[in-house]
Design a protein around this ligand. Sequence first.
Ligand code: NDP
Length: 292
Amino acid sequence: MSAQIIDGKAIAATIRGEIKAEVDAMQTRYSQVPGLATVLVGERKDSQTYVRMKKKACAEVGIASFSHDLPADISQADLLKVVQDLNAHPEVNGILVQLPLPDHINEEEILSAISLTKDVDGFHPINIGRLSMKRRAPLFVPCTPKGCIELLDRSGVEIEGRRAVVLGRSNIVGLPVAMLLLHRNATLTICHSRTQNLPQIVREADILIAAVGRPEMVKGDWIKPGAVVIDVGMNAVDDPAAAKGYRLVGDVAFDEAREVASAITPVPGGVGPMTIAMLLRNTLDGAKRTLE
Ligand code: NDP
């Protein structure tokens, strides 16, 4: 039996439609729209692409965006000043500092300087700390992890009481998604590069979240029959037949896994579109909190 494909692109489009309706209502009621500030340091092509996609998505739902494209050699003090000015800016409800920052910048200090009420990426240590504690709701939850849970919810997947396995423990994906699953009462195992007997542990998962950044590492025979698979991985692999000379694959061997799983996200078109939809959602929620 072939798995149900969890169509992240379609689900994200639905969410963007919901957000647009709420932004329009805010505009009518308060003559105001949410605002997102993007802070891009340097000229990394991938970072420029991500920021461009985020600004385009804002425009499509009526969220205002404020761009700050800064030179790669900006000082720590000057970057801090940009963040502080945005904290005080009344039309900015969310501040997104595109990572990674150059090596000479202390990333933790910059992320900690973002106002808690504008931390739409959810990376402020206090928001992450609250996410990790019982009965302490963070103001914002990181976008990719939040998108994974939204995909499960909107696909009707029960989380409570199920065995969940998360592959990866990074600050931006693995750890926060694990915390979210725990809050939803899954029984949780977190795996990483030193985990022994990985296939055996993965085989216990009713819900598998793969976020390791290793192309097609998870094989079909690692998957428990009927499991739900959320593949966060985005890996470029050489493909001379593709127009760009490469194609994107996930951390899961999709063709094998879909024959065993009950539901699975594709790459691309699974988790990726949800990340941006959740950023828009967080920005709108921040604006609503300020207005209400
Ligand atoms: P990181 O490199 O920060 O973390 C990778 C994690 O995987 C680490 O915890 C690492 O373990 C673990 N790991 C690495 N190799 C193995 C292995 N062989 N077996 C078991 N665990 C392993 O990556 P990110 O969390 O930032 O990203 C993960 C993937 O998700 C990437 O492909 C990235 O492109 C993608 N991504 C997709 C997004 C989207 O919007 N769709 C957004 C963000 C990321 P250890 O801690 O021991 O080193």
